[in-house]
Design a protein around this ligand. Structure first.
Ligand code: FE2
Length: 230
């Protein structure tokens, strides 16, 4: 079973379209979204319409931004029904928005990660992988015998091979508003049988998204941030 892992779409239709075009010829069975469909950019309804039309079965949880936005009735209903994470997917891995402890909390440091590794023991015994979003930074936190290893994913493409005896908190990065000084849309595919997470980055028309933000009367800084990936 292969999972397409998306997070923090943030109303950015150009970024979502580019990612979906990139994965068209890749194999995946289910789509997982870690929340924050809306907020920031100008196309909340387009993004939600596009996501809801995906032919694969999807598993989504809500993000902090999904609590407020002006939307079509159907899209509002979709967001309202999203469960608050953490959720266990197919008995294989955990998904949450900010962290398993709190959808609004960030995981930036080894200390943040350690609190959450402890929490995972309580509700997901035997599960060694959790995907989270919210920080918009593709990153890997590994609990290993020597302590916790923290890695920012800087490569355009990276393969993370999960090893037995270790535990992982993994952020695929943000589709719609990357914040690691790389404007390319980020996503990951998790191959559950091979136990490999594939990270990937996709260029898209950032200028078009920025113009839409300006035309919609949203704060110009939101578009400026997309250009530099902040
Ligand atoms: Fe977000």
């Amino acid at each position: 079973m292969r999972y397409l892992i998306l997070s923090d779409l943030h109303s950015n239709d150009e970024a979502l379209t580019a990612v979906l075009r990139r994965v068209k010829r890749k194999t995946f069975d289910r789509v997982v979204c870690l929340g924050d469909f809306v907020g920031y950019a100008a196309d909340p309804n387009k993004v939600l319409d596009r996501f809801r039309k995906l032919r694969r079965t999807t598993i989504s949880i809500r993000g902090n931004h999904d609590k407020v936005e002006r939307l079509s009735k159907q899209n509002m209903e979709f967001l309202k029904k999203l469960p608050l994470g953490p959720e266990i997917v197919d008995g294989r891995f955990v998904v949450c928005h900010g962290s398993p402890l709190d959808e609004d909390a960030y995981i930036f440091s080894d200390f943040d990660a350690s609190l959450n590794f402890v929490q995972m023991n309580h509700f997901a015994e035997g599960i060694d992988l959790c995907f989270f979003g919210h920080s918009h930074i593709p990153s890997i936190f590994t609990l290993e015998p020597g302590g916790i290893r923290v890695e920012a994913v800087r490569e355009a493409r990276l393969k993370l091979r999960l090893e037995p005896g270790k535990r992982y908190l993994v952020n695929p990065g943000s589709v719609g508003q990357p914040r690691d000084r790389n404007p390319r849309a980020a996503y990951a595919i998790f191959d559950a049988s091979a136990r490999v997470v594939h990270f990937d980055r996709v260029p898209y028309d950032v200028g078009a998204t920025r113009r839409k933000i300006q035309r919609a009367g949203l704060p110009a800084v939101l578009g400026d941030r997309l250009v530099v990936g902040l």
